[in-house]
Design a protein around this ligand. Sequence first.
Ligand code: PLP
Length: 342
Amino acid sequence: MKAEDIDFYNLGFEFIETETMYVVDYKEGTWSEGKLVPFGSFEISPGACILNYGQGIFEGMKALKTKDGEIVLFRPGENAKRLNESAERMLIPSYDEETFIEAVKQVVKANKQYVPPADSGGALYIRPIIIGNGPILGVAPAKEYKLIIFTVPVGPYFPEGFKGIDLEISLKYTRAAPGGTGYAKTCCNYAGTMKPAKETKEKGFAQIIYLDAVHKRYIDEVGTANFFAVIDGKLATPKLTGTILPGITRKSVLELASRELGMDIEERDISYEEVFEDRCTEAFCTGTAAVITPIASITLNEKKRVFNNREPGEITVKLYDLLTGIQRLEKEDKYGWVVKVE
Ligand SMILES: *Cc1c(COP(=O)(O)O)cnc(C)c1O
């Protein structure tokens, strides 16, 4: 779609074609020189490993426009690192992290007319993927890979203001088991979550809270976002045990809570019983797409916990203001998290 035909003030989170994408091929043991090419489809063998066995990984990032019209990224080095951690788990060849950051900058620059204006609250969502596109018959890694980075303009996550969501704890479905691939951003982890998400949405919930697969007692995460709760005045989040995705927003929120709000932070097991107790006063979830989303209520079968009359809690609001302020350079970027594209 042509940038001039887009209403940047009414964007959602839908796929829209932009002009340019970045492509790199891996053949005979090496990555080729990456290049910018017009966005478009490409041919793939029906025997491709990604099509048959799901050997693929992805990342999710945002380019934001500041009030001064600068285009900035948030901690892209963390995405580069995580891309390689996912690659390692899926036997996908690693990609140089500096080259990755440069590639992201290039593709954003090439699509800069698609970065929504600062006052729209939107962003240019950046989606890097690596797929095993070489053909294979037995279950084994592909010999050829493709890294593609494409972009999509998206609207603000809260078009109607900063509102809490209703979540349901699932005792029926789990997302990832110990020893599996939960910590990797691999395609395989997401296909299986579509049916649980559809079922919970039909009941009126925004998403599922997944419990750990072993005890069905400790909170893992929320669909595609990490979980946080304020319990006894401390900020608690599930620890990284290999079944949850190590979110960059999660990591940033922990640092901000500790260093800027002086809070005690805890990475630990959080049982679902705890969120129904009065000592749990706020809950929210985090992610590049979700930013910081307040949780208005949590339901498990007949039990329902409503937080703070459905209003975002005090800590949630403070963290949201801090994080989004730094991301658009409206607050001082003390930690050097924001990277300018030009
Ligand atoms: C991407 C993702 C997150 C959030 O990670 P961010 O780096 O904060 O965007 C959380 N959970 C899952 C399952 C994810 O895929």
